[in-house]
Design a protein around this ligand. Structure first.
Ligand code: SAM
Ligand code: SF4
Length: 335
C-alpha cells in the first residue's frame, strides 16, 4: 500500500486541480489583459506528461480531479487526456473527474466528456445580459455559452454556474441569476474577486463586492438555510428554500477554510502550488521529465512538496493594501 499524502497539519490531500493550458478564447477583465503573452508550448506539460502526473497523484490518494486553465477545452487534443483519466474512474481509484470551463466549446465536447466519465461541470458566467457578457469577457459571446450549457444538460451533466461578484456590474442580477439558475435546475456559486495578476488591481478593489453583503441581500428575498456540506475548499453553501437550489459562496479572502483545506493546484507547466494564497511552489516538471513511469523521483518530489503545505494563507483586502497580492494569473495557476 502506498502511504497517502498527509501534510504537516494532518490534512489529507485528496483533491487536485490541474491547469492544462494558460490560453483562453476569452479575455475576462478580472483575469487577463487583452494582449496576453502566453507561454511557449514547450514549457507546457504534454498530454502524456499530464496523464503521468495525474496518475501519480491518484496513486498517492487523490480522489477528485478538477481540470481547469486558462480554458481547458481550447487545449488541443484535450479529450485524449480526459479519455485516459477514465481508467481511474473505472478502477474506482478516482471518485470524480470534472472541469471548470467558460463553456464556449462545450457544445462540441459535452458528449465526449460524458463518455469519459464527466458527470458535473462548473461553468463560469457572470451575467446573462449579452452586452454585459461581451463587456466583461471582451471576446466572448453569451449565446455560445448558452449553447454549451444546453449541450451539457442534454447529455445529463449537472451544471453549476460560477459567477464572480462585481460591484456595479452584476449586483443588479443577483435575483435574475438565482431565478434563471433555478429554472434550469442549476446550483450556483458566487466568487469574491481576488487580487490576482498584475493589472488593474485598483479597479478590482473598486469592484470588490463582499459576499457578506451579497448574502444579506439574498436573504431579503429568500429563506436561506445553511448547509453543513463542505468541499474542503473555500466554499460555504446555503439552500434557497423557495427554489430548492444550492448557492455557494467562495470567499478566498477570508481564512475560514484553511483548516480543512484538502487541495493543491498544478499549473500547466508542472508547478505545484500548495496554497491558493501563497507563492510557495514546487517544480514537479523536472522530476517528472527525469523519471519514467513507476520511478520514485516524482513521488518523492510530490511528498516533499506536500510537506511544505502551509497552514493558511495571506490575502488581505481589509487594510486596502496590496501586499497579499499574487503576481501570478489565475489562468496560469488554474482558478
Ligand atoms: N476558463 C475557465 C473558466 O473561466 O471557468 C477556467 C479557468 S478560470 C481562471 C477559473 C475561475 O476563476 C473562473 O470561474 C473565473 O471567473 C475565476 N477567476 C478568474 N480571475 C478571478 C479573480 N481575479 N478573482 C476571482 N475569480 C477569478
Ligand atoms: Fe479565460 Fe476563464 Fe480567465 Fe475568463 S476567467 S479569461 S474564461 S481563463
Amino acid at each position: 500500500m502506498t502511504a497517502p499524502l498527509i501534510d504537516p497539519f494532518q490534512r489529507a490531500v485528496t483533491y487536485l486541480r490541474v491547469s492544462v493550458t494558460d490560453r483562453c478564447d476569452f479575455r475576462c477583465v478580472y483575469c487577463m489583459s487583452e494582449n496576453m503573452t502566453f507561454l511557449p508550448k514547450k514549457e507546457l506539460l504534454t498530454l502524456e506528461e499530464l496523464d503521468r502526473m495525474c496518475s501519480t497523484f491518484i496513486r498517492l490518494g487523490v480522489r477528485k480531479l478538477r481540470i481547469t486553465g486558462g480554458e481547458p477545452l481550447v487545449r488541443r487534443g484535450i479529450m485524449t487526456f480526459f479519455d485516459g483519466m477514465k481508467r481511474h474512474l473505472d478502477s474506482g481509484d478516482l471518485d470524480e473527474l470534472t472541469l471548470t470551463t467558460n463553456g464556449s466549446q462545450l457544445h462540441k465536447f459535452a458528449g465526449d466528456l460524458w463518455k469519459a466519465g464527466v458527470r458535473r461541470v462548473n461553468i463560469s458566467l457572470d451575467t446573462i445580459d449579452p452586452d454585459k457578457f461581451a463587456e466583461i469577457t471582451r471576446w466572448g459571446r453569451l449565446e455560445q455559452v448558452l449553447r454549451g450549457i444546453d449541450a451539457a444538460q442534454e447529455v445529463g451533466m449537472r451544471v453549476k454556474i460560477n459567477a464572480v461578484a462585481l460591484k456595479g456590474f452584476n449586483e443588479d442580477e443577483l435575483f435574475t441569476l438565482a431565478e434563471w439558475c433555478a429554472s434550469r435546475d442549476m446550483d450556483m456559486t458566487w466568487i469574491e474577486v481576488m487580487p490576482m495578476g498584475d493589472l488593474g488591481n485598483e479597479d478590482r478593489l473598486d469592484q470588490y463586492w463582499s459576499l457578506k453583503d451579497l448574502r444579506a441581500r439574498l436573504a431579503e428575498r429568500y429563506t436561506l438555510t445553511d448547509l453543513a456540506e463542505r468541499s474542503g475548499g473555500p466554499a460555504r453553501y446555503v439552500r434557497l428554500e423557495e427554489t430548492g437550489q444550492k448557492i455557494g459562496f467562495i470567499t478566498p479572502l477570508t481564512h475560514n477554510f484553511c483548516e480543512s483545506c484538502n487541495r493543491v493546484r498544478l499549473t500547466c507547466t508542472g508547478q505545484l502550488y500548495m496554497c491558493l494564497g501563497q507563492e510557495d511552489m514546487a517544480d514537479l516538471r523536472a522530476p517528472l521529465r527525469a523519471s519514467a513511469e513507476g520511478e520514485g523521483q516524482l513521488e518523492e518530489a510530490i511528498r516533499a512538496a506536500i510537506n511544505l503545505k502551509p497552514k493558511g494563507h495571506d490575502f488581505d483586502y481589509s487594510r486596502q493594501r496590496t501586499d497579499g497580492q499574487m503576481s501570478r494569473h489565475m489562468s496560469h495557476t488554474g482558478g
